[in-house]
Write a new protein. Structure first.
Length: 534
């Protein structure tokens, strides 16, 4: 088996064996199925193959729903941990809705690599492209899985070309498919010179591996039908000549992606992909922070909140903050400092999302995701340390692209509405602005669908009917600059000024002209469309 992190002999073994990653894909490409197979190989779900009915692909989800019930909290699709050989994998889920959301972006701040799943017949689809661009902003290493090779798929060279062209990334084949659609019988493992043969009869069976000694090895002829073996030899030779060879450093820097071909539903190619994650998805990386970076091997514990989920139990207004540990060895009951408020916080009931084991987290290491139940103290972007004044950077908040005025259906309940809105703001589901003039709130979102989601959640979770109405404003910018300049600016532009849910000053705009005017008339003031959460 593989060494856990041979390039970092200085890392504690528990940290070196961790791989924290997310899956990015377009709906229907096979993310759920692949997750199920990961858990199956990870030993998390026993006998996942027993129910072979229509709803089969949803089994993963239902297993986690049961887990949610058992624990009384929702862990579904947030984070799952499982072992693969000597490795501990932490799979962090990216939200599935198609509106690009900050949630997705922030999830990707908590991982060290991403697995991009594409459908072999469809290639790079819109949602994949968007998510890929987000990964690129952080130079995340990306491993590609080309799924559904048991169906009619595109020509292998075409698929690779399309990824190279559309995503501007070098692609190197880690495996090469043998036959397509009905004839698809497995892959040639280009990295380890092995033949991996798929068992169509048993969908949960790990593929049979046959060591091959170069393309001339007669074992190829013994195991692959004559009509396919010639094509395989030709294509592999061509691929080796025309496509770049695997360069682990380039993968690490996000400039190259290795691609595996397979069929998640037939469990084929999954083991090779997991081995690839172990080999090329890096161990926990250094975390950007101010005033200094955080190295995973530091003995003191640090972590940051990248997601908050509220109202998992409507009777208690509890939330769970999802914390990525950036360094150290965390133990249950530890006292950490909540850097923003400078207050100590004893973490008595952390949750680890171990798929096979439903206990509280007794311990966790850099790279792990833990859930911390709290009453609202923990917000997205917050840093936890053992006392040092460190703040993790790079978790942005984006200016909303749509603004609407929120009105309580029952005017007597305006105060309740404020509370509900603030809660969603803290969760990162919306931006809430309190205008300096006038009453009510202006709510900002990135995708239009979010207003509907908000309205229904406010009604369900708080029993408050709410209306969203058009606002005269269309966008918002954060106001920065020397205090005197900002004060002068806000005083003279009161009708446009509001405070966001953190109390920071924003300038509400009706059109681009407003922004141009400010830039011209107030050279000391800068308007920004993103804000660092810290
Ligand atoms: P998600 O939307 O990305 O989570 O996709 P799912 O995992 O739910 O898969 C979408 C559909 O594709 C389901 O009907 C799966 O059964 C099917 N599917 C997944 N993997 C494969 C595969 O390797 N081959 C074939 N033929 N179908 C697959």
């Amino acid at each position: 088996m593989l060494d856990t992190a041979s390039n970092r002999p200085d890392l504690p073994a528990e940290i070196a064996r961790r791989r924290t990653f997310a899956i990015i894909s377009h709906p229907d490409a096979g993310k759920t199925t692949l997750t199920e197979k990961f858990l199956l190989y990870g030993g998390a779900i026993q006998m996942a193959g027993q129910v072979r009915a229509k709803g089969e692909a949803r089994r993963t989800r239902s297993d986690f729903m049961q887990m949610e019930k058992d624990r009384g909290i929702s862990v579904s699709a947030s984070a799952m941990s499982f072992d693969f050989g000597p490795f501990r994998f932490n799979l962090v889920d990216t939200p599935g809705h198609s509106d690009f959301s900050e949630d997705t972006y922030r999830t990707l701040t908590a991982v060290d690599a991403a697995v991009m799943v594409i459908d072999g017949a469809k290639g790079v689809e819109s949602q994949t492209q968007k998510l890929f661009e987000v990964c690129r902003l952080r130079d995340l290493p990306i491993l590609t899985f080309c799924n559904k090779m048991d169906r009619e798929s595109r020509d292998t060279f075409d698929i690779i070309d399309e990824i190279q062209e559309n995503l501007a990334i070098d692609v190197t084949p880690a495996s090469w498919p043998i036959g397509v659609g009905r004839d698809f019988m497995g892959c040639y493992d280009m990295l380890h010179d092995r033949l991996e043969l798929m068992d169509r009869a048993d969908r949960n069976k790990v593929a049979q591996s046959i060591e091959i000694d170069g393309l001339d090895d007669p074992r190829l002829d013994e195991n692959v039908p004559a009509n396919l073996v010639a094509q395989l030899r030709e294509e592999v030779a061509m691929a080796r000549e025309l496509l770049p060879a695997l360069d682990p450093q380039s993968v690490l820097e996000g400039h190259m992606t290795p691609i595996w071909f397979g069929s998640a539903i037939n469990s084929f190619g999954v083991k090779e992909l997991m081995t690839g994650i172990a080999e090329f998805g890096p161990e926990p990386q250094v975390q950007k922070a101010t005033p200094r970076e955080i190295a995973p091997e530091e003995t003191k514990v640090t972590g940051f909140v990248f997601k908050v989920q509220a109202n998992m139990d409507p009777r208690h207004r509890d939330r769970v903050a999802f914390v990525r540990l950036a360094s150290g060895h965390f133990k249950r009951g530890m006292k950490l400092t909540h850097v923003r408020s400078k207050k100590p916080m004893t973490v008595t009931a952390p949750v680890l999302f171990l798929a096979s084991d439903r206990e509280l987290a007794e311990e966790a290491w850099a790279g792990d995701i833990i859930g911390i139940p709290n009453h609202g103290q923990l917000r997205i972007g917050d840093t936890l340390t053992e006392g040092e004044d460190l703040r993790v950077t790079g978790i942005p908040s984006f200016a909303p692209e749509l603004l609407q005025q929120a009105r309580a259906g029952d005017p007597m309940k305006a105060k309740h509405l404020e509370k509900a809105l603030m809660q969603f703001a803290e969760e990162g589901a919306a931006k809430v602005f309190k205008p300096a003039f006038g009453s009510g709130f202006i709510v900002g979102v990135v995708g239009a669908l979010q207003f509907e989601v908000l309205a229904s959640r406010i009604e369900q979770e708080y029993g408050l009917p709410v209306r969203f109405e058009n606002s005269q404003f269309t966008s918002a910018r954060w106001v920065n600059g020397p205090k005197a300049a900002v004060d002068k600016f806000t005083e003279a532009n009161k009708q446009h000024i509001a405070r966001d849910n953190d109390g920071d000053v924003v300038y509400l705009t009706r059109m681009q002209w407003d922004i141009d005017r400010v830039e011209r008339d107030y050279p000391d003031v800068t308007l920004t469309s993103t804000k660092e959460m810290m």
